[in-house]
Design a protein around this ligand. Structure first.
Ligand SMILES: NC(=O)c1ccc[n+]([C@@H]2O[C@H](COP(=O)([O-])OP(=O)(O)OC[C@H]3O[C@@H](n4cnc5c(N)ncnc54)[C@H](OP(=O)(O)O)[C@@H]3O)[C@@H](O)[C@H]2O)c1
Length: 325
């Protein structure tokens, strides 16, 4: 089968389109004809190599897989040939595309237990946008963050996959959204997406701006997954009793925390990791019923995988890049 192969860890030239054996089914698995795969910043980290994680190379990344079932292992009854499914990327604590072979190929074998049926109303592209970005944003804002209507939330990196998802979910809750991004064109799109206030944090001090917008109170909730570059200012932009939510650190994890702010303002720092299956089922329902429209920047063929990596690395994207193998 054709696949996007990470042949070595390193720059974009290490991803090549090549042949890879079509997976043979293990017990409890199904084979999918892959129709769409959502890319994430994770695909960049996996390609570069995650410290402490050893992968068998060549590796196929891509954790957000939607496809049609073309074969089932003996004994599998929960899924049938011809079913349209979205795959929950988490398999017993490991992630498809990160620890396990992913979906950037013509076919992918996945556990039948991870298949979520797709209603006809839901396209493969929309479905593939959901698990990692929307699932993570949902857990971070709703389950961990307990975001409430009327609260002011500052979302940094609001133009990315998790970021646009967070803006949409926060608006659906009834929160007041301050969205920060690095260019005027992204700010314009964030306004269209529903952001109440926008900040260009490449030209303006987002902490000061948040202070101004909130009438010198600070934000109730801050989403900071950019990490090292933004963390010190996030702490300063949080109001007394506020909370900071984080699910990652795109610019580095060794961020500086001025503890004086943490104790004097009684700030809660809440980590959030991944999602629950029920979060993904809820998201599938919301998109099927048009209550949520995933933000898709563009859909590209498998052959354009390097271009897709470039768009993410050079911060050109707004929402999700979807690959159709
Ligand atoms: N723990 C989990 O379960 C989990 C799940 C999903 C994602 N994550 C983490 O969340 C973060 C975001 O993931 P994502 O897939 O949403 O990423 P993404 O789509 O690439 O978006 C990241 C956004 O961050 C901003 N950014 C700031 N500094 C950047 C830099 N140096 N390089 C690239 N972008 C930068 C960019 O917006 P501007 O240009 O506007 O600043 C970009 O749109 C990553 O660190 C990822 O590992 C964690």
């Amino acid at each position: 089968m054709r696949a996007a192969l990470i042949v070595e860890h390193g720059d974009r030239s290490k991803v090549v389109i090549g042949e890879y054996p079509t997976p043979e089914l293990q017990e409890g698995e199904v084979l999918l004809a892959v129709k769409a795969v959502g890319l994430n910043h994770l695909d960049i980290f996996v390609r570069r190599g995650i410290p402490g994680r050893t992968l068998e190379l060549p590796h196929i990344s891509g954790g957000d897989i939607a496809g049609e079932v073309v074969q089932v292992a003996p004994g599998v009854t929960s899924v049938a040939v011809g079913d349209r499914v979205l795959v929950d990327p988490l398999v017993h604590g490991q992630a498809l595309g990160e620890d396990l072979r992913g979906g950037l190929a013509e076919y992918a074998s996945v556990p039948a237990a991870n298949c979520i049926p797709l209603p006809d109303a839901l396209s493969y592209e929309d479905a593939a946008a959901l698990p990692i970005a929307y699932g993570t944003a949902w857990r971070m804002l709703i389950t961990r963050g307990q975001l409430q209507a009327g609260e002011t939330i500052l979302i940094l990196g609001a133009s990315g996959g998790v970021g646009t998802a967070a803006v949409q979910i926060a608006k659906s809750v009834g929160a007041v959204v301050i969205a920060a991004a690095s260019s005027e064109s992204k700010l314009e799109k964030l306004r269209e997406l529903g952001a109440d206030h926008v900040i260009n944090y490449s030209t303006d001090d987002f902490s000061r701006e948040t202070w101004r917008i909130t009438g010198k109170r600070g934000a109730d909730v801050i989403v900071d997954y950019t990490g090292k570059e933004t963390w010190p200012k996030s702490i300063r932009a949080t109001k007394v009793g506020g909370r900071i939510l984080t699910c990652g650190a795109t610019t580095g994890f060794d961020a500086v925390t001025d503890l004086r702010y943490v104790w004097t303002r009684e700030i809660s720092i809440l980590g959030s990791n991944a999602w629950e299956r029920t979060d993904l089922e809820k998201l599938v329902e919301l998109v099927s019923t048009k209550q949520l429209v995933p933000v898709i920047d563009r859909v590209l063929p498998l052959e354009d995988i390097r271009e897709a990596h470039r768009i993410i690395e050079e911060r050109e994207l707004f929402g999700k890049v979807i690959i159709t193998p």
